[in-house]
Design a protein around this ligand. Structure first.
Ligand code: ADP
Ligand code: MG
Length: 258
């Protein structure tokens, strides 16, 4: 049975896309069948896999606007058993168009649910806002991963996100349990990194919600997208790739313990 995991944080630059790309790649390398759904108009996950967003015929937008069947938008990546539904800038119009459709918050869920069981994991890479696309990701996801950058102001906006999650649960009757809080861009040498970690634990999420795996700040993770490759392909032995492989193992273990 497939599991849909949305990667959400309205803060930009906290590692959502890096996590979507490298966690899905790691899981595929470990033998899982994985789909990544890019719902950010900036399409960083799409280009991160070397897909040319300028020449795409069908994207996630084609599904939302009802022009394409979801099966026809799924593309292969350079990693066996890892697939992507790409995005491009056309999606930026969707926010406005969607609001005029009845039941606009469930459109993504309705599109993905029928193909859910064809995969072990489906990751939704959300945009950096709490708008309609992110709302769709909250409704579509069976659970969510919240990446948090270990930096000053990282927790600003966290209360808004938690409030939105509560509203989705209460008003739309669609619970969004937290799969895990993921500490990203972590530099253990700085006091700041450690302080943010403490603050997350003390004020927002008990320890059991926080992934044991912490993603370090690693230059190779930042370089890989410009080569159109997941870091795990670009440099499989770097600290960043190893961390995402460890996170994939942690996720698989969570399933096994269920
Ligand atoms: P988001 O999708 O949340 O906006 P990204 O994953 O695109 O965030 O990351 C923002 C920037 O930080 C990108 O340039 C990315 O390459 C870089 N980055 C993300 N995670 C790391 C990391 N662990 N170490 C170094 N650079 C990172
Ligand atoms: Mg992103």
């Amino acid at each position: 049975m497939g599991e849909i995991i949305s990667i959400i944080n309205q803060k930009g630059g906290c590692g959502k896309t890096t996590t979507a790309v490298n966690l899905s790649s790691a899981l595929a390398i470990l033998g899982k069948k994985v789909l990544i759904v890019d719902i950010d108009p900036q399409a960083n996950a799409t280009t991160g896999f070397g897909v040319n967003k300028a020449t795409l015929n069908s994207t996630i937008y084609s599904i939302i606007s009802g022009e394409a069947k979801i099966e026809d938008t799924i593309q292969e990546t350079m990693i066996p058993d890892l697939y992507i539904i790409p995005s491009n800038l056309a999606l930026s119009g969707a926010e406005v168009e969607l609001t005029s459709q009845i039941g606009y918050h469930t459109i993504l869920k309705e599109a993905i649910d029928p193909i859910k069981n064809g995969f072990d994991y489906i990751f939704i890479d959300a945009p950096p806002s709490l708008g309609i696309l992110t709302l769709n990701a909250l409704v579509a996801g069976d659970s969510i991963i919240i990446p948090i950058q270990a930096e000053y102001y990282a927790l600003e906006g966290m209360a808004d996100l938690l409030k939105t999650m509560k509203l989705v649960e209460n008003r739309l009757k669609s619970p969004c349990p937290i799969k895990g809080i993921l500490l990203t861009l972590y530099d253990g040498r700085t006091r700041l990194g450690r302080e943010v970690y403490q603050e997350i634990k003390n004020f927002f999420f008990p320890q059991e919600y926080i992934f044991k795996t912490i993603i370090p700040r690693n230059i190779r993770l930042a370089e890989a997208p410009s080569h159109g490759k997941p870091c795990i392909i670009y440099d499989k032995d770097c600290k960043g790739s190893k961390a995402y492989l460890k996170l994939a193992e942690e996720l698989i273990k969570m399933e096994d313990e269920k």
